[in-house]
Design a protein around this ligand. Structure first.
Ligand code: AMP
Ligand code: MN
Ligand code: MN
Ligand code: MN
Length: 282
């Protein structure tokens, strides 16, 4: 490894065990082809893909980090917390994730009722046809159904006109508490990271309170370079990382070849002045 070619580390992506389109082993193979040196699989509220992914990575001689992305409700809004280097068999983590997933089916049925009321019938069954894991029905699966039906042009179009606050198909959810999510991750031997902060609609004061509380709970990391951020936001959250003493993470948040703007391992490197979260792992 030289200064000119930092390790290609991608610590955030999804398989069909949550709302990605590829099987865990296909995802790992794609990352390897793209030159990724270290990959974390971080399915939403699920660790069910980690065994297959780790095995595929071992066969290819690629470093693999077991991860998860936990859905959290904080100050009335959804925040995603990524856990890295977790023990996927940790009993409290497993139980916490099971509970976090448990409201998804009922929510899906309510989403479908709302969509039916605006003239789009059959959305629950339609979304289910795209689901790889019946315990994890997500808005992404509804989005794929709406595209398939020709209701929307693509998945981003869906999230502008449906399934979000104020639009048909939006059902508010109470996800895990921030303190619980961080506890589960730390209890499973992992490190907790605030995912894609640029996506949250908090006031500056709320952001400050979120960072503060997260650090007090033992959270350590923040995603700076992610597929959800603009280059402007790379700079903004690099500043945040420095100001609050966060370790910086990099992750594509790749879901599908046809849907994701950024492919596995294809993000720019972390700004050089930051401390990478993987700095002491290898
Ligand atoms: P859920 O956990 O069921 O609420 O679904 C959240 C998922 O929806 C995220 O992880 C993304 O994969 C997807 N999503 C949310 N907003 C957008 C968006 N604007 N464009 C594309 N996908 C989105
Ligand atoms: Mn997703
Ligand atoms: Mn997320
Ligand atoms: Mn994600």
């Amino acid at each position: 490894m030289t200064m000119e070619s930092p390790m290609n580390v991608d610590l955030h992506c999804h398989s069909q065990v949550s709302d990605g389109l590829l099987a865990p082993d296909e995802l790992v193979a794609r990352a390897h082809r793209n030159g990724v040196d270290v990959l974390a699989l971080t399915d939403h509220d699920e660790v069910g893909g980690l065994v297959q992914a780790a095995e595929a990575a071992r066969t290819l001689g690629m470093r693999f980090v077991p991860g998860v992305e936990i859905s959290v409700t904080w100050a009335g809004d959804t925040v995603h917390i990524v856990g890295l280097r977790i023990d996927p068999d940790d009993a409290r983590l497993v139980e916490g994730l099971r509970e976090t997933r448990s409201g998804r089916e009922r929510r899906g049925r309510e989403m479908a009722e709302q969509l039916a009321a605006v003239g789009i019938p059959g959305a629950f069954e339609g979304a289910l046809a795209h689901v790889g894991n019946p315990q994890l029905i997500s808005r992404t699966h509804f989005a794929r159904f709406l595209v398939e039906q020709g209701v929307c042009r693509d998945v981003s179009d869906v999230f502008e006109n449906y399934l979000v606050e104020g639009k048909p198909g939006y059902v508010p959810m109470r996800w895990a508490a921030l303190s619980d999510a961080v506890d589960w991750i730390l209890g499973a031997g992992g490190v907790a990271v605030i995912a894609h902060p640029g996506r949250y609609h908090y006031t500056p004061l709320q952001f400050h309170a979120l960072y503060d509380e997260f650090l007090q709970l033992g959270g350590r990391g923040i995603e700076v370079v992610t597929g959800s951020h603009t280059p402007e936001q790379y700079r903004e959250y690099a500043e945040v990382a420095k100001r609050y003493g966060f370790l910086a993470s990099r992750g594509s948040d790749f879901h599908a070849p046809s849907e994701s703007r950024i492919d596995l391992g294809r993000l720019p490197p972390l700004p050089a002045h930051l401390t990478p979260i993987w700095g002491e792992w290898f």
